[in-house]
Design a protein around this ligand. Sequence first.
Ligand SMILES: C[S@@+](CC[C@H](N)C(=O)[O-])C[C@H]1O[C@@H](n2cnc3c(N)ncnc32)[C@H](O)[C@@H]1O
Length: 353
Amino acid sequence: MRVDRAKLEAFVERAFGDVGAAMTASLVVLGDRLGLYRALASNGPSTSVELAGATGTSERHVREWLRAQAAALYVDYDDASGRYGLSPEQAAVFAEESGTACMLGGFQLAVAAGRAVDRLEDSFRSGSGLAWHEHDEGVPEGTARFFRPAYVTHLAGTWIPALRGVADRLRLGALVADVGCGRGVSTMLMARAFPASVFVGFDDHADSIDAATREAETSGLAGRCRFETRGAKDLPAADWDLVAFLDCLHDMGDPVGTLRRARRALADDGTVMVVEPRAGDSVEDNLTPIGRVYYAASTLVCTPASLAQDVGAALGAQAGEARLREVLASAGFAHVRKAAETRHHMVLEARKT
Ligand SMILES: C[S@@+](CC[C@H](N)C(=O)[O-])C[C@H]1O[C@@H](n2cnc3c(N)ncnc32)[C@H](O)[C@@H]1O
């Protein structure tokens, strides 16, 4: 077969652009850690001297960083003044931590997950897994920050109200388990929205549970939500009104066993909410820019995490609705309904009857 020169050049160009994106990811992490974006957002357009002065950093490093950011179109450059600045949209993505467009967590996650590449090389050869706690600490922190904008936008306002009767029950006072809660972003958002209810977050990653506990204490939510280091299959029976799994079921080794346990621990008329990355049922459906991110995260983190546990079902982060319905049916749920869907997520509601 002959190489088509024009196609080759276009493909090399594309791959070269991806090399630029991959290298830029570390620069975003630097800008985040050093407060460079936040200073640009609060001080307005700045020269490298001004930005270095405002952030207590070295001008020569900052000058090169700014040029790289401008080439990536992550900051704007004004040639006449020699100043670099953030447009409102760039600021929303890089400087507004609690906003709904923040992407800093995605970059943090990508860079931190990449640190496992040597161990993953061994895993690929041996078939062994790589547990959540074996990753760089940027993985759990980056994951929490990555999902936060979607949860802020949809969880209390759209997803819970889409579940039959659940929002009313939470307004009156209900008992909620957030299983695989990580650093508890979803648990605390729900606790803020439904002050009459009690929320318990469970995760088997002790460092995440410690971080969640500290955050609940400092934000005054400790009375309404608490966190426990506990595996999902050990969820205590407590007549839970709602058991939630947010972006974590596919990370678990035994999703069917975990859901069976949740079904037993649930009140008879309780609800299980499974939030998973949105995906089509065939691989082809997911060969998209969004699928690219989730398949990559799944290869680096989620699939190895599941393979490191008993059963090792390794659903993958793009399992698709049909596969998730099969898992819920195998766990004994008679009622399963897709309650909501966004660009990135699907929300499944499951009940005993
Ligand atoms: C992708 S993170 C999602 C965390 C959190 N729900 C969020 O959306 O930010 C997956 C979480 O599942 C947890 N996890 C994986 N397997 C688990 C298990 N068997 N029992 C409890 N937690 C588990 C991991 O420790 C991790 O915190």
